[in-house]
Ligand binder design. Structure first.
Ligand SMILES: [Zn+2]
Length: 487
């Protein structure tokens, strides 16, 4: 009996989702027409979105108001559109280094400003008033850091409200008494959908409003919207959706906003293979959030069964950027088989506009329960220490003239240079640069070290790992974003 009941419910959900399927496909396919091209990388600042906000202020379709200021004195702006009774409130980037949804918000605003999708937009704007508060933590964005200038996590300040950013979020939520809230974040790219190699490209949570994790109508509606959005993402990123643990966090905004009566949907943008600047994920945000807004306007989410929510796989954190499996490693006269898990760690340049890599071995040993964005089966390969190029070079011009593929094939991962430009923080070459006095330690694989070594089979070096990036020396082109400088 229970089974029949469930299958009727899921049929119900399917037909609801089917109705919106068409519009979703169109939104995805026409995305480039609305993408806000002035903000195309993750390190965006308040000054980057100011011209966009100015443009919206001068546009009668939108109502723009300054609703607060950050500790550093930067404006917090609320942009509203629509005349409907149901209020939908979206806020992004309360953590300064989580910008993906901020970009998607400006894409969505471009969509609303366009003359296309007239029928759908009419349905949305007659039934809903949609409010956007992009970049809630502009001081954190300036420094590309999670916390605000007080050094606190705004998402643990929902009760004490010490930060002006937190006070603004609470005040706006209360003044709108929003029916739906979208709490927009980024998560680590190392999250995966539990027990799969798939990254959690998007993770969801309908936050609990009490320790008992009860489900009332407010939270249930958030779950329904999540089921709806998950179904959309399965089409464009199959298996790449995770569900956050719903333990109650009394200090967090999502949990409290749910408690205050706004159906709250937490969206976390994670990782996607070969999408360093998360622009594909931004597109998935755009498509799924806009579709969700449409389904809220149509009230078609109401028929969705919340039991589907529990079926979304849990988030896990089992990904490496590079996983090397079964390499042979010689230590004190014996040979061992070892897996290596490598993170390609981003380090900001002082202006926080761009970054370089300083990679690390994160773990080693039996990593068979982990996954990699890139995995190399190194069975039969022996790990070899990278050597220093035999000739000392004078300057970067001489380094530039090297044939790097040849250099790497001979097992040289380091080049000694007598005059290293002071302005260079990292090596612009696919090899590391050493100052005249720097001595390379004997390779001793351990978590925390910079992963630089070669993989040799039958006396031939076939792969280099330079600063955590795998270089296949059998291929024509080699690429390493940057080496390191050891002064
Ligand atoms: Zn966050």
């Amino acid at each position: 009996m229970k089974n029949i009941f469930l299958s009727i419910l899921s049929l119900c959900s399917l037909s609801v989702l089917g109705q919106s399927d068409n519009i979703t496909t169109q939104l995805y396919d026409t995305y480039e027409n609305y993408k806000e091209s002035s903000i195309g990388k993750r390190r965006i600042k308040r000054t980057d979105i100011q011209p966009l906000i100015d443009k919206l202020s001068a546009n009668s379709k939108f109502k723009v108001s300054t609703v607060g200021k950050s500790i550093g004195g930067k404006d917090l702006s609320l942009i509203s559109i629509g005349t409907g009774e149901t209020n939908v409130f979206l806020w992004s980037q309360m953590h300064g280094d989580e910008p993906t949804a901020t970009q998607a918000i400006f894409d969505i605003l471009n969509f609303f400003d366009s003359a296309d999708f007239e029928k759908e937009k009419e349905a949305i704007l007659a039934n809903l008033t949609v409010h956007f508060l992009p970049m809630l933590n502009p001081d954190g964005a300036e420094l590309y850091q999670r916390r605000n200038l007080l050094g606190i996590d705004i998402n643990r300040d929902a009760l004490r409200l010490q930060s002006p950013e937190s006070q603004t979020l609470k005040r706006v939520r209360d003044s709108l008494n929003a029916d739906f809230g979208f709490n927009l974040h980024d998560q680590s790219t190392y999250y995966n959908a539990e027990r799969t190699e798939k990254p959690a490209t998007i993770s969801y949570l309908a936050p609990a409003y009490n320790y008992e994790k009860d489900i009332n109508e407010t939270r249930g509606n958030a779950m329904k919207i999540i089921v709806f959005m998950n179904d959309i993402l399965q089409k464009y990123a199959p298996g790449q959706v995770g569900r956050y643990n719903d333990d109650f966090e009394p200090r967090a905004f999502g949990d409290n906003i749910q408690k205050w009566g706004t159906s709250t949907i937490l969206i976390e943008s994670g990782g996607f293979a070969e999408d360093v600047e998360k622009q594909e994920i931004r597109k998935l945000n755009y498509t799924s959030i806009l579709s969700a807004i449409y389904t809220i306007a149509q009230k078609s989410y109401e028929a969705i069964g919340i039991e589907e929510y529990e079926k979304i796989p849990q988030n896990d954190r089992k990904l490496f950027d590079l996983k090397i499996v079964n390499a042979s490693y010689e230590l004190m006269g014996n040979t061992y088989s070892i897996d290596l898990g490598i993170h390609q760690v981003e380090v900001d340049y002082p202006d926080h506009n761009s970054f370089w890599y300083s990679s690390r071995i994160l773990d080693q040993g039996d990593l068979s329960t982990y996954y990699g964005y890139e995995t190399l089966d190194a069975t039969g390969y022996t790990i070899k220490q990278a050597k220093v190029y035999p000739k000392n070079l004078t300057n970067f011009d001489e380094v530039k003239a090297l044939n790097f593929k040849d250099v790497l094939k001979k097992g040289y991962g380091y080049v000694r240079v007598s005059s290293i430009p002071l302005k260079n923080i990292n090596s612009p070459f696919p090899v590391h640069i050493l100052s005249p006095k720097f001595i390379i330690p004997i390779l001793n694989l351990a978590p925390g070290i910079n992963p630089t070594f070669f993989l040799e089979k039958a006396g031939i070096i076939e792969y280099a790992v330079i600063n955590g990036f795998l270089v296949d020396l059998k291929k024509q082109d080699i690429h390493v974003p940057n080496g390191m400088i050891f002064r």
